[in-house]
Each structure stands twice: as structure tokens, then as C-alpha cells.
Design a protein around this ligand. Structure first.
Ligand SMILES: Nc1ncnc2c1ncn2[C@@H]1O[C@H](COP(=O)(O)OP(=O)(O)OP(=O)(O)O)[C@@H](O)[C@H]1O
Ligand SMILES: [Mg+2]
Length: 193
């Protein structure tokens, strides 16, 4: 009897501008049965980033607002998981509390997790940012954010990945990405035998 495929949530994470969205879109397109959740668009559409005066807002108020944003987003992701065999999203995931929400959403829907780290050398990320003028914030601001985030960026520990992810992988986006995506897809199907 054919085994029912296990549902899977695929999370492409990493520093700004490293190519998360590009890799995620390609992954979803190649898999076909995979829904691409556009995290960047979702962020732009919601009012989380609008009207917040980061300077004057007390940390607690900001944290509460941020958690509300994460929970609302996770609700949508949960609904998508219900209706799709695979959901892929690209998100920085630098905050542990956000990752925990994603893990528990997947758990609630009996869904496996694939964590894919996306990275490239700093100078490659910088060059791409300077060339990409279509972004909502200026290349200079994004590069500043990249450097700031890099300083505090803590790699997601192996223990955390082992506890939650059924598969892990990585993409080095300065190299050809398509074959790395094929490798991820191969890993996914191996896990489901
Ligand atoms: N593998 C690649 N080769 C060449 N250019 C790439 C590659 N991946 C992404 N880019 C380019 O780099 C820029 C940033 O890519 P992308 O938007 O996918 O990154 P991101 O990590 O999702 O960024 P953000 O953190 O802003 O959401 C885009 O202009 C994109 O076309
Ligand atoms: Mg993106």
C-alpha cells in the first residue's frame, strides 16, 4: 500500500539579502505540490512595520506587538499547511521566539520541518543589495541592517534543529542554486520512504 506522504513545512532562513526568497520560490516551483508563502509580501501588507516609533516605544510594547505579528502569521501558515502537502517560506528566523511559534504550528498539524540555511559571503550580499534598487528600503539601509544582524546572528543550534527538523540543509547562494535545490528535494523524498 502506498504510504501517505507526510506534510512538510520548509523554512529558508538566514541574513537579509542572502537569497532566501529566490531559493524558496525555486524550490516551491520545482516541487509543484508546494505552496510558496511570500513572507516578504506578508510583512509589507501588515501594519506591523508601519506606525511604530521604535525609538519611543517601550521594549515591552514592541515585544508584545511583535509576538502578535508572529502569531497572526503562524495562523495563516497553519491554514496553508492544512490545505497543502508542502508549504515553503523564507524568513530571517533570527528570533528564537518566532522559531518556536513556527515549530509548534508544524507540530499542531503533524507536519515535518525542513530547515534550510541560506548564506553567501558578505561582499556578494552587499553587491546584490547595491544593484537591487527595487526594494522598499534603500541599499545602504539594508547593508547596515545586514551588518547589525550579522553581529548578533546566532546560528540555529544543531540541538534545536535535531529536536524539531526532520531534515536540514543549506544553500550557498554564491554558487549555482538549482542543483542544490534538487539535492534538497531528493533529501525530502528519501525521508518519506
Ligand atoms: N543565487 C543567486 N544568484 C544571483 N543573484 C541572486 C541569487 N539569489 C538572490 N539573488 C539576488 O539577490 C537579491 C536578494 O535576493 P532575495 O530577495 O532572494 O534575498 P532575501 O534573502 O530573500 O532578502 P530579504 O532578507 O530582503 O528578504 C535579489 O536581487 C536577487 O535577485
Ligand atoms: Mg526575502
Amino acid at each position: 500500500m502506498a504510504q501517505k506522504k507526510r506534510k512538510i513545512l520548509v523554512i529558508f532562513y538566514g541574513l537579509p539579502g542572502t537569497g532566501k526568497t529566490t531559493a524558496c520560490k525555486l524550490f516551491a516551483k520545482k516541487l509543484r505540490d508546494c505552496y510558496f508563502f511570500d513572507s516578504d509580501e506578508y510583512g509589507k501588507k501588515t501594519d506591523f512595520f508601519r506606525g511604530i516609533d521604535f525609538g519611543s516605544s517601550s521594549d515591552e510594547a514592541l515585544q508584545r506587538r511583535r509576538m502578535e505579528f508572529y502569531m497572526a502569521k503562524a495562523d495563516i501558515i497553519g491554514n496553508l499547511i492544512e490545505g497543502n502537502a508542502c508549504v515553503a517560506l523564507a524568513s530571517g528566523c533570527d528570533r528564537k521566539e518566532y522559531r518556536e511559534i513556527l515549530y509548534s504550528t508544524a507540530h499542531r498539524y503533524h507536519t515535518g520541518i525542513m530547515m534550510v540555511e541560506v548564506a553567501c559571503p558578505d561582499n556578494v550580499a552587499k553587491k546584490r543589495m547595491m544593484e537591487n534598487k527595487g526594494h522598499v528600503s534603500s541599499p545602504e539601509k539594508r547593508w547596515e541592517l545586514y551588518q547589525r544582524m550579522k553581529q548578533s546572528f546566532q546560528p540555529i543550534g544543531l540541538l534545536e534543529k535535531w529536536r524539531h527538523a526532520i531534515i536540514t540543509g543549506s544553500i550557498r547562494s554564491e554558487f549555482e542554486v538549482a542543483s542544490q535545490i534538487d539535492e534538497l528535494i531528493r533529501k525530502r523524498s528519501l525521508e518519506e520512504i
